[in-house]
Design a protein around this ligand. Structure first.
Ligand SMILES: Cc1ncc(COP(=O)(O)O)c(C=O)c1O
Length: 470
């Protein structure tokens, strides 16, 4: 077994070994049940001390990547490979391998010596630290100890009103009462599915799509049917052509603005056509507007919820302002609003109180618009720097588009180039990319694609990283 080890790196050798073997198992180069060399053999092959090999295996055992069988040896654990497909069951299968890949992405994200273009994280340098802290100090002085108490599950009243006021920018007429503050947009999407669908129900989503709701909904037993994305939006005819979906789909999740992962922004006609199509099929539409405020160029088009009040609008401040503040929200009315508040109460209950209070003041003081102006200018520069360095290196036949907003460049590779192999090779070079599989529902074959986030680093780092992808 050949594992490239960097003896000059600050990263301990045992971790380098464990990470390399994890990447092989996740990418399918090592298969479930494959036998690994003994620690003595491995130490000899790699020219490292035996204790290094022992510690590497201990790390892999702790991560669940390998299993030890007394007296017989050490084997690769089941359920890790991204190329593996789950067996059909009554309720939708949970694809363990995509879960494992996500955990691996978060783990790699903690490593200071890697450049990660994988996760969608705003640049640290774009967090408005001083200004936000000033707003927080204002509320600390005003609210004191009382401000640390629980908030109602639907969120801080002043923040809900401030969000409703801010949504008028998008042509949305919203009452603060109808805004439910959640722990990021992620929680809003989980609660909506829980409120509207039962295990076994069919639901629709774009394919590809943001992975967390896909995996969350699959874990909840929903059958997700992926609707392919064409160059201008959803290929709706593909759903109709599929005929029965095993019942009437309860809802459909869409991201018309700066889609994750493709960067697609639906033209105005596509928005109208989609709403007509959804209304004819009595579908509840869930609009994920997480990236809406991060428009880098192009016309501002109305959100679906401004064209149809029945659409459930989900937003967040995680990408456009501060990820760790964990403020997302959903606009819902009537009995669904009550149901969502009840579910929120039964899951996370109160949100973090001073973050919500400070955000309310930030919005009400009109700090958000200048902040967005600044970050979108810088993100535009970052996007351009990444593309400029990347484009000359792209293999012939790669499909990509310049995103008009959001955080991502999506590369669809020609079939003879394996995205998982590119991911592994980049990792050896200290670069983390996101291969495609988690972005597809289990029922859809994943494309041979990679996602690159351009938001996190300044231009020189991005340009250097982009030249190392291929
Ligand atoms: C499309 C989309 N929706 C929702 C979220 C979740 O955001 P939050 O951090 O607010 O939970 C993300 C995060 O990557 C996303 O890309």
């Amino acid at each position: 077994m050949l594992i490239p080890l960097d003896t000059t790196s600050a990263r301990p050798l045992y971790l380098q070994i464990a990470e390399f073997l994890t990447a092989l198992a996740v990418s399918g180069q090592l298969r479930a049940g494959d036998r690994l060399p003994s620690t003595r053999q491995l130490a000899e092959q790699l020219g490292v001390h035996r204790s290094t090999a022992v510690t590497a295996y201990e790390e892999l055992l702790a991560r669940g990547v390998i299993v030890a069988q007394q007296g017989s040896g050490t084997y690769v654990a089941a359920g890790l490979s991204v190329t593996q497909t789950a067996a059909p069951r009554d309720v939708a299968p949970v694809n363990v391998s995509r879960d494992a890949l996500l955990s691996e992405m978060w783990r790699l994200n903690q490593q200071a010596d890697l450049v990660s273009l994988a996760l969608g994280i705003p640049g640290d340098d774009l967090i408005p630290l001083d200004l936000f802290e000033r707003r927080r100090q204002t509320v600390l002085r005003r609210d004191g100890e009382r401000g640390w108490s629980y908030l109602p599950p639907e969120g801080h009243e002043r923040l809900r009103a401030a969000i409703a006021r801010d949504l008028a920018r998008h042509g949305l007429q919203v009452d603060g009462e109808d805004v439910i503050v959640t722990n990021g947009a992620q929680e809003a999407l989980a609660l909506i599915a829980r409120a509207l669908a039962q295990p076994g129900d069919p639901v629709l989503s774009e394919a590809p799509s943001f992975f967390t709701p896909l995996l969350n909904w699959e874990h909840a037993g929903l059958h997700i049917h992926g609707v392919p994305l064409g160059p201008h939006g959803l290929a709706l005819a593909a759903v109709d052509a599929r005929g029965t979906l095993g019942g009437h789909p309860r809802l459909m999740l869409v991201t018309p603005d700066h889609h994750n992962p493709t960067g697609l922004c639906w033209p105005a006609e596509a928005r109208h056509a989609f709403l007509k199509w959804a209304a004819e099929r009595a579908l509840t539409v869930v609009e994920d507007a997480t990236y809406r405020d991060l428009r880098l160029e192009g016309p501002e088009l109305p959100p679906l919820a401004a064209l149809d009040r029945e659409v459930l609008y989900v937003g967040a401040f995680s990408k456009s302002l501060i990820p760790g503040i964990r403020v997302g929200f959903v606009v819902a009315r009537g009995p669904l609003r009550e149901q969502l508040i009840t579910l929120k109460q039964l899951t996370t209950g109160s949100g973090e109180s001073y973050g919500q209070r400070a955000l309310a003041e930030f919005l009400l003081a009109d700090d958000y618009a200048p902040h967005l102006e600044r970050v979108t200018r810088l993100y535009r520069q970052r996007r351009d720097a990444l593309l400029e360095a990347l484009l000359p290196t792209l293999p012939d036949g790669t499909r990509w588009r310049t995103p008009q907003g959001g955080f991502y460049v999506w590369l669809e590779l020609p079939p003879e180039i394996d995205a998982n192999a590119i991911f592994r090779r980049a990792l050896e070079r200290g670069l983390v990319l996101f291969p495609a599989s988690p972005f597809y529902p289990a029922s859809t074959p994943p494309a041979n694609a990679l996602r690159l986030c351009f938001a996190r680093y300044p231009e020189p780092v991005l340009a250097q990283a982009a030249r190392r992808v291929f």
